[in-house]
Design a protein around this ligand. Structure first.
Ligand code: AMP
Ligand code: MG
Length: 409
C-alpha cells in the first residue's frame, strides 16, 4: 500500500495547465486567467456625480444657506457645455459629467427648488468634492486588475467589462470523458434482468464534473471486455483532456481497466493500492501525444465519489490552471462518535456538518458507511479524515474536507 499523498503526488506531478485560449467574457466565467490584465482605461473616465442633485461651487455655500440660479440640466450620457459662475447651479443626474466650474454636488433631497425651476435653495454647507466621483477612483490606468491564475468570478467579469474587454485569455475548462465498465450495468428505461444493476457512477461523475466547472463528456458503458474498454478509452484520449473509468481496477477476474490502462499508457501508468478506505484500488496513467490523464476508479459508488475528490478533482483543477487544487479542509468538532479499528488506512467518512453558535463547524452525523451505500452518503456535505487508530469520541476534533457549503439541511 502507498499513502494517499504519494498517490496524489504521482498524479499531480505529470500534469500542467491546458494551453490558453481566448474566450468571450460570458464563456470565461469560472475559468482561470492565463494572462495578466492591466487597466488601459480609467474608471470612471471623467468627473461625475454620485447623486441626483445640483452641481455647484462649494464656496458659494460657505454661509450655510444660499439660493442659486439654475442654468441648465445634465443627464448621464450628456457632454455638458455649461460653465458655472458664482451663484449658479446645474441640475445633475447620477453618472452625468460635472460641468466646468462646479466642484461639488448637493443631493436633491437636501434642496428646495422654486416652483418655476429657476432657482434652488441650498440650506447647508457643501464640501469641495462632495458627491463627485473622481476619474480613476475605481480603476487607474496601469493598475493590475487580474493576475495569472485568478479564477474569473462574476464580479471580475464585470471589472473586465468596465475596461471594454470583450474576451480574455484563459485556461479552457477540461473536457472530461466518463466511462463505466461492467457486464452487470444497465442504463435507465429498461427493466433489469437478474444480476443487473443500474449504472450510478457515470451520471454521478458527469454531474460532479459539471458542479466543479469542468465539461463532462459521456463515453458510455463498456462491458468487461478488453477490446471494448480499449476502444472507448482511446476515444476518450483522442477527444478529451482527461478520462475517468470506473470499475475494473480491483483484483477480480474481469478487472481489465488496469491492464488496458497499462497498454494504452505504454508504461506511463501505475496500478496502486492506496492506504485509504474506501477507494483502495486506483489506477492512473497518461496516454497519447498530449499526455492525457486517465483515472481508473473503483466501481463501488461511494469509493468512486471519494476517489474523485481525493485524486481526480485536484488533478482536473491543475489542468484548468487553478492555483488552489484542494477543497478547504477544516477542524470540526465531533457531536457523534467516530470509532474505527487500526488497519493502516486513512478512513474517509461522509458526514453532515454545520456551523454552530460557538462559531465552529460541528460534525453532527456520520453516515452509514459502506462503499456500496450511496444513498446513505448522498446528503453529506463533508468528508471527515479519520487517521489510523481507534477513532474519536464526541467532543474530539477531526479534520474534514468541505464538499458542499450549501447543503447540510
Ligand atoms: P468493480 O470495481 O468493477 O469490481 O465493481 C465493484 C462493485 O461496484 C460491484 O458491486 C459493481 O457491481 C459495482 N459497480 C461497478 N460499476 C458501477 C456503476 N457504474 N454503478 C453502480 N455500481 C457499480
Ligand atoms: Mg466490475
Amino acid at each position: 500500500m502507498i499513502s494517499v499523498s504519494e498517490a496524489q503526488t504521482f498524479v499531480l506531478e505529470t500534469l500542467t495547465p491546458l494551453s490558453p485560449v481566448d474566450r468571450t467574457l460570458e464563456e470565461a466565467l469560472g475559468c482561470v486567467a492565463a494572462e495578466q490584465i492591466i487597466a488601459t482605461e480609467p474608471v470612471p473616465g471623467f468627473k461625475n456625480s454620485s447623486m441626483d442633485g445640483y452641481a455647484l461651487r462649494a464656496v458659494d455655500t460657505s454661509e450655510g444657506s444660499v439660493r442659486l440660479r439654475v442654468i441648465g440640466t445634465v443627464l448621464a450620457g450628456d457632454a455638458p457645455d455649461q460653465q458655472l459662475h458664482e451663484g449658479e447651479a446645474v441640475r445633475i443626474m447620477t453618472g452625468a459629467p460635472i460641468p466646468d466650474g462646479a466642484d461639488a454636488v448637493c443631493m436633491i433631497e437636501e434642496t428646495t427648488v422654486d416652483p418655476d425651476g429657476q432657482t434652488v435653495l441650498i440650506v447647508r454647507t457643501i464640501d469641495v468634492g462632495q458627491s463627485v466621483r473622481q476619474p480613476g477612483e475605481d480603476i487607474a490606468v496601469g493598475q493590475l486588475l487580474i493576475e495569472v491564475g485568478r479564477e474569473l468570478g462574476g464580479a471580475l467579469i464585470g471589472v473586465l467589462a468596465s475596461q471594454g474587454c470583450a474576451s480574455v485569455s484563459v485556461h479552457p475548462r477540461p473536457r472530461v470523458g466518463v466511462m463505466s465498465t461492467g457486464d452487470e450495468l444497465a442504463g435507465p428505461g429498461s427493466s433489469l434482468s437478474f444480476g443487473q444493476i443500474r449504472d450510478a457512477n457515470r451520471p454521478m461523475l458527469l454531474a460532479l464534473l459539471r458542479q466543479s466547472g469542468f465539461t463532462p463528456v459521456d463515453l458510455g458503458i463498456a462491458s468487461d471486455d478488453e477490446q471494448e474498454i480499449t476502444k472507448r478509452l482511446q476515444l476518450g484520449v483522442d477527444e478529451c483532456d482527461a478520462v475517468i473509468a470506473t470499475g475494473g481496477v480491483s483484483v477480480g477476474d474481469v478487472d481489465f481497466v488496469k491492464t488496458v490502462l497499462a497498454e494504452i499508457c505504454a508504461g506511463k501508468a501505475r496500478w496502486m493500492q492506496v492506504a485509504m478506505r474506501p477507494g483502495k484500488p486506483f489506477a492512473f496513467g497518461t496516454a497519447g501525444e498530449r499526455g492525457t490523464p486517465i483515472f481508473g476508479l473503483p466501481g463501488n459508488p461511494v469509493s468512486t465519489r471519494v476517489s474523485f475528490e481525493m485524486f481526480v478533482r485536484p488533478a482536473l483543477r491543475r489542468l484548468a490552471g487553478h492555483r488552489v487544487l484542494d477543497r478547504p479542509t477544516v477542524n470540526m468538532v465531533l457531536d457523534c462518535p467516530m470509532a474505527r479499528k487500526p488497519d493502516g488506512k486513512l478512513h474517509l467518512v461522509h458526514v453532515t456538518s454545520r456551523f454552530h453558535d460557538d462559531g465552529r463547524m460541528h460534525i453532527e452525523v456520520a453516515s452509514r458507511q459502506g462503499s456500496h451505500l450511496l444513498s446513505a452518503v448522498a446528503g453529506a456535505n463533508a468528508l471527515a479524515m479519520i487517521p489510523d487508530g481507534d477513532g474519536f469520541a464526541p467532543g474530539n476534533v477531526a479534520r474534514a474536507m468541505i464538499l458542499d457549503h450549501e447543503t447540510g439541511d
